[in-house]
Design a binder for this molecule. Sequence first.
Ligand SMILES: CC(C)(COP(=O)(O)OP(=O)(O)OC[C@H]1O[C@@H](n2cnc3c(N)ncnc32)[C@H](O)[C@@H]1OP(=O)(O)O)[C@@H](O)C(=O)NCCC(=O)NCCS
Length: 209
Amino acid sequence: MEQATGMRHGAIELRLVRSRDARALQHELLSNRAWLQPWEATVPYGSVSFDMRLSIRRLLQQYRDGAGYPFVMEYDGEIAGQLNVWGVARGSLCSATIGYWVSERFAGRGITPTAVALATDACFTEYGLHRMEICIRPENAASLRVVQKLGFRYEGLRRRYIHIDGDWRDHYAFALTREDVPQGVLARWLGGEAPLHAADIPPSDRLTI
Ligand SMILES: CC(C)(COP(=O)(O)OP(=O)(O)OC[C@H]1O[C@@H](n2cnc3c(N)ncnc32)[C@H](O)[C@@H]1OP(=O)(O)O)[C@@H](O)C(=O)NCCC(=O)NCCS
């Protein structure tokens, strides 16, 4: 497995999470409860832990095992949120899934699409992955904008797919493969070449929300 290194575009930096980020991340999570909770992964029989020290330790163990790439997103040197490449499957799949959040005060600056593009490009060109997936609740308009901007392709509706905010929630799945982006996700987006309608939801899959 290739070592993950830091990546940057303008004021936005994506780097591996560190143990010493625990305090800052914990503060962001706790002071953004109303903002984050509707979109936060939960577990069916248990409670969510806000012990960031433990959470980072687990993420870094997954990284060492080759099962994930746990990043933080920084804006002008300040921690803005987390971007986690998880569920890395090697062998005949070579795929993974991206999850992300930014604190409310950092929203709307293009941090997440830039970071998703940087992470996906690194996964395709340096970490040997072939497919990147992002799953989003139909109600999450801001997150749907992220995949629309980058031209991720809509791949389908997964019923009661992920346990979020206390229950099994439907998700839309979006993906890119390496062949979709020979020029790279970031370059394609910045060059205005991301397909405008790749992430469109077909009428048959639109849920009334
Ligand atoms: C979804 C999320 C990660 C997007 O990150 P971001 O860095 O703000 O992304 P962008 O700057 O590209 O903004 C995306 C959209 O968010 C919306 N948005 C912008 N500022 C906003 C604000 N202050 N409040 C709410 N929504 C806002 C806009 O619709 C924007 O699209 P636009 O650029 O076409 O106007 C962020 O809103 C977030 O962390 N939300 C809570 C957690 C979450 O939903 N995680 C994803 C689970 S799949």
